[in-house]
Structures are given as structure tokens and as C-alpha cells.
Design a protein around this ligand. Structure first.
Ligand SMILES: Nc1ncnc2c1ncn2[C@@H]1O[C@H](COP(=O)(O)OP(=O)(O)O)[C@@H](O)[C@H]1O
Ligand SMILES: C=C(OP(=O)(O)O)C(=O)O
Ligand SMILES: [Mn+2]
Length: 528
């Protein structure tokens, strides 16, 4: 028996008279307004603010270190160890904190749309709105269908419980602690709902590889002939935006897994960034913010959201279930991908807007995970910050990135997948300095790649990065395709590009024992 069961807290939280279980969307919405947690908007969404924490807090995230995990987890800056006793004493405090509330909430459902691989989860929250978030983001069980099976994971979220770092062994008042052994995720001190979904994703990134399933930080959609595409990318690179496509069916916007049977969504809902959201540019996302959706940190006046107001954060969010998008696939499973797109938001304006990757380049760029952290998603990031985030999702990977990369490589090979690198970042030239490449052009490039329109198009070689750039893409100004032509001077382009290439090489040094063909698929330019 484990320590939690032995403790005085044998009574589970659920089952207590003050625990409201599996309330409906309507009931939760009423609770949220009655308890003063938030307001409803003109479209029936719920609007809440999260206070101090408006993005993820990576410094506050820990994994409980046990003998079994010692050699399995890739310990370091992302996966910081915390000892079992520290976890247990904090767990007891948090549970008591919840038990002492007049009311708290519980949702039972699943992570994983494929019945063979799904993980039963329980999300126990102090706030009604976090429970609505969980209901919308995870997968609902059919009535009476929920089966804890071989082990349910419990997420406990108690934002008003603030840790004392000195006493409790945390980094700050906020903490996100994962115990794989106890199957518990303990969250306190922060109200940002993204912690709930991304910590479950971290758990899936640990569990699924054991079942020979590859978890992926990507969105997914499928055309009407069944051709599946994946869009990998770190936060803000366009997974949610670009996967919402009226011409294709949405499978999911953020977390998927690839099994021997095909792909499946880990979640049942989407979590879209809302900064600058307009019906004109992103109609599907805009129209999903209806009854039961949750708006986080969006300023509303008389119930009308102002998506241009970033006074609380750049990282404003909307959470809604997949069924709010009319062309979505629920249950969200599909076949093997035919095309994979790596999204990168290059802040230095030197990566081409689209290039085709051969197999070795695909591996090289997946392992590198070059992009920028965008303002707001992580605490302390206020402007685009270049980063190498392995597998385009380093913050969520408990295992060594090689595990995931090797699995992806095998699958790309086996299924003959086409891979493209698309830069959704900042470009020099025609649209003004410091502007992101217009969304309409990125969409046109994605369309061309997915419809096979680039298969017959010649390509030109990128002089610094060695990427194959299509010479033309329908509906995209030709000049935009080759960054060295958009810069005012070739020399300044070259300098910047060489600097970035050098960073690629430097970052890749951490990968030892890699096939030389993959190492050589990096940038052509090498610093002397
Ligand atoms: N060229 C572009 N491609 C994709 N997104 C863009 C582009 N230009 C601006 N954006 C904006 O960037 C944000 C992308 O965020 P999102 O799709 O939520 O990323 P992710 O899901 O990867 O975190 C959206 O707010 C979108 O409107
Ligand atoms: C929710 C997050 O991810 P994304 O922006 O990819 O949706 C996050 O990183 O906190
Ligand atoms: Mn997203």
C-alpha cells in the first residue's frame, strides 16, 4: 500500500458531502457566477481572470523522485526532482484545504480518445470554473461508463492554497507536482488553467511510450479523403490557428498520440490564444466561444470581450470543446499521418517561410526544436525569445527527447510521411520590420503543402541552412519565399543567418551518439 492510502486521509475527496461531482456545463456556469468566480459573456461563455499567474510557471513544476523513477526521468531544468516526504506533507495540506471548503468540484473523464490507450482521470478543483475547464478540455465519459480501470490519475487544483517555500520545499507559493507513483498531480498557488491540461500531457508523455505509443505536442486535422496532417510547434507558433481550417476536419489543437493504429487526440477540447482574435481572420475559433466556453484573462465590457486588450496578459485564452467546431472529428481518432508540418516562429527573420525536409533534416529539426517563446505563455517571457525546445515541446517531456525522436523517425519512415518546416515568425521586408508573416500567406503555404501542390515545384537551396525552398507557392508573393531577398542587404541577412546557424550547431552538441547523416542535416554554414 502506498503512503497516501495509509495516511489518515483514507477518505477520498470525492464522496464528501461538500464535493459536487460531475456537474453539467449549465450547473457549473451557474455556480461560477453565483460564487463570483466569473461572469457570462454576450455569447454565453464564462469569463474569468486568474490574478498573478497568467501563464505557465515552469520553475514551479516538479516530479516526485522515487527509486523506480530515478533512472527513467530526464532530470534537469524541465524535470526537477522533489522528494516523497515533501510531496506527502503538501498533499495532506492541500487535501485538508479542500475538505474545509464549503464546496469543491470533481470531474471524471479520460485523457486519450482511443479506448485502448486512454487514461481515466479525476480532476478535483477548488473553483467551479476549473472544473468547467476540465469538462471542456478533457474527454467526457458516457453516463455511468467511467471506469477507473488499472489506475486513474487524479489532478487536484487548489489555487488559493499558497505554499510557503521554506516550509513546504517548493520554489514559490505556486507548485505543480506530479507523482507518477501515487498517480496524483498537485497544483496550488496558481489559477492558470493551462497548468491542468499541460501537466496531464506531461503524464501522458511518460506513460504512452511504455505502450509503444508516441505522444506529440501537435495539432491534427484530416481532409475528406482521410489524409491526416500533424502540426508540431511550441506555444504560439500556430498549432491551434492553422489546424482550424474550414476545408478540413479538426482532430485536435494541441496534444496527440500516434499508436500502431493511427493517431488520437489526448484531449476533447481546444485552448486557443485569443490575442487579436477576429471573426474575419479566425472564424472557427471566434465562433467557438459560445455557451460553456471559458475565456481566461480577456477583458470584457458589458459582457463583450475585447480581444485586442492585453492589459492582463498577452496570453489570453479560450477553452471550448471540439464539438463547438462544426467540422471536427469526435471521437477524435484518425489514421496514420501523411504530412507533418513543423511550425517555428523565428524571431530573427532568416528561416524561410516554407521548406521541405528530407528524412534526416526532419530528425535534425525535430530534435533541435528551434523556435521562439512568445510573450506571456511562460512567466517572465515578455518578448519573443529564441529557444531550442526539443520535439517542439521540451517543457512537457519527462523522458529524454531521444526516446520521442527515435519513435517519430521510425514512424516517418514506415509511413512515408512528407515533412515541411513552416516559419510563422517575424520577417524582414515588405510588411515592415518586426511584423509576423501574414496569416493568409501561412495558410496558403499550409494548403499547398497538404494538397501536394508543391510536389512538382522546383526548389532552390537555402545558402545557410541547406533547406529546400519551393520556388513558387500558389497565392504567396514569390519574393517572400527566400528571406535573403526580403532583407535590405544580403550582408546583414547573412550575418544574422550565420549567427542562428551557429546556435543550431551549438545546441546540437548536446546530442551524442547520433547518426552522422542526421548531424550533417543541420545548417550548411558552420562557424570556423
Ligand atoms: N503567420 C501566422 N501563422 C500562425 N499564427 C499567426 C500568424 N501570424 C499571427 N499569428 C497569431 O499567432 C497566434 C498563434 O497561436 P496558436 O495558434 O494558439 O498557437 P499554438 O496553438 O501553437 O500555441 C494566434 O494568435 C495567431 O492569430
Ligand atoms: C497552453 C499552452 O500551450 P499552447 O500555447 O501550445 O496551447 C502552454 O504552453 O501553456
Ligand atoms: Mn494551441
Amino acid at each position: 500500500m502506498n503512503k497516501i492510502n495509509e495516511s489518515v486521509l483514507t477518505n477520498e475527496l470525492t464522496g464528501l458531502p461538500n464535493c459536487s461531482e460531475n456537474l453539467s456545463i449549465h450547473q457549473l456556469t451557474r455556480k461560477i457566477t453565483a460564487r463570483g468566480e466569473g461572469h457570462t459573456t454576450n455569447t454565453g461563455a464564462v469569463s474569468v481572470v486568474t490574478g498573478k499567474y497568467t501563464g505557465r510557471s515552469p520553475e514551479d513544476k516538479f516530479i516526485v523522485q522515487t527509486d523506480e523513477l530515478k533512472d527513467n526521468i530526464d532530470w534537469g531544468k524541465v524535470n526537477k526532482p522533489i522528494d516523497q516526504n515533501t510531496f506527502y506533507s503538501l498533499y495532506i495540506k492541500v487535501v485538508n484545504h479542500l475538505r474545509n471548503q464549503d464546496e469543491f468540484f470533481s470531474f471524471t473523464g479520460y485523457a486519450g480518445a482511443d479506448q485502448h490507450y486512454r487514461l481515466p482521470i479525476k480532476v478535483i478543483t477548488e473553483f467551479a470554473w476549473h472544473n468547467l475547464f476540465a469538462r471542456q478540455l478533457f474527454i467526457e465519459a458516457d453516463d455511468n461508463d467511467w471506469d477507473c480501470g488499472q489506475g486513474c490519475f487524479t489532478v487536484i487544483s487548489a489555487p488559493s492554497f499558497k505554499a510557503d517555500p521554506e516550509l513546504d520545499g517548493t520554489n514559490s507559493e505556486a507548485f505543480i507536482i506530479i507523482s507518477m507513483e501515487e498517480k496524483v498531480i498537485l497544483i496550488g498557488g496558481t489559477e492558470y488553467a493551462g497548468e491542468i491540461k499541460k501537466s496531464v500531457f506531461s503524464v501522458m508523455n511518460y506513460l504512452l511510450p511504455q505502450k509503444n505509443v508516441l505522444p506529440m505536442h501537435c495539432s491534427a486535422n484530416v481532409d475528406y479523403d482521410g489524409d491526416v496532417s500533424l502540426f508540431f510547434g511550441l506555444s504560439g507558433t500556430g498549432k491551434t490557428t492553422l489546424s482550424a481550417d474550414p476545408g478540413r476536419l479538426l482532430i485536435g489543437d494541441d496534444e496527440h498520440a500516434w499508436s500502431p493504429n493511427g493517431i488520437f487526440n489526448i484531449e476533447g477540447g481546444c485552448y486557443a490564444k485569443c490575442v487579436g482574435l477576429s471573426r474575419d481572420k479566425e472564424p472557427q475559433i471566434y465562433d467557438s466561444i459560445q455557451n460553456g466556453a471559458v475565456l481566461e484573462n480577456v477583458i470584457c465590457t458589458d459582457g463583450v470581450p475585447d480581444f485586442d486588450n492585453t492589459s492582463l496578459t498577452e496570453n489570453t485564452r479560450a477553452a471550448y470543446p471540439l464539438r463547438h467546431i462544426n467540422n471536427s472529428v469526435v471521437p477524435s481518432t484518425a489514421g496514420h499521418p501523411r504530412t507533418i508540418i513543423f511550425l517555428t516562429a523565428d524571431a530573427s527573420g532568416v528561416l524561410p517561410p516554407i521548406s521541405r525536409l528530407n528524412k534526416e533534416q526532419a530528425m535534425y529539426h525535430f530534435m533541435s526544436g528551434y523556435t521562439s517563446k512568445l510573450a506571456g505563455t511562460e512567466r517572465g517571457v515578455t518578448k519573443p525569445q529564441a529557444t531550442f525546445s526539443a520535439c517542439f515541446g521540451a517543457p512537457f517531456l519527462p523522458l529524454n527527447p531521444r526516446r520521442y525522436a527515435d519513435m517519430l523517425g521510425e514512424k516517418i519512415d514506415k509511413h512515408g510521411v512528407d515533412v515541411f518546416l513552416i516559419n510563422t515568425g517575424w520577417i524582414e521586408g515588405p510588411f515592415g520590420k518586426g511584423k509576423r508573416i501574414p496569416l493568409e500567406y501561412t495558410r496558403a503555404m499550409v494548403r499547398a503543402a497538404l494538397q501536394g501542390e508543391l510536389d512538382e515545384v522546383d526548389s532552390s537551396a537555402d545558402p545557410i541552412f541547406g533547406l529546400q525552398i519551393p520556388v513558387t507557392v500558389p497565392e504567396v508573393p514569390e519574393k517572400l519565399l527566400r528571406p535573403w531577398e526580403t532583407w535590405n542587404s544580403y550582408e546583414s541577412y547573412k550575418l544574422k543567418a550565420e549567427q542562428l546557424a551557429a546556435r543550431f550547431h551549438e545546441n546540437f552538441e548536446k546530442f551524442t551518439d547520433v547518426d552522422s547523416a542526421i548531424v550533417n542535416a543541420g545548417p550548411l554554414y558552420k562557424p570556423v
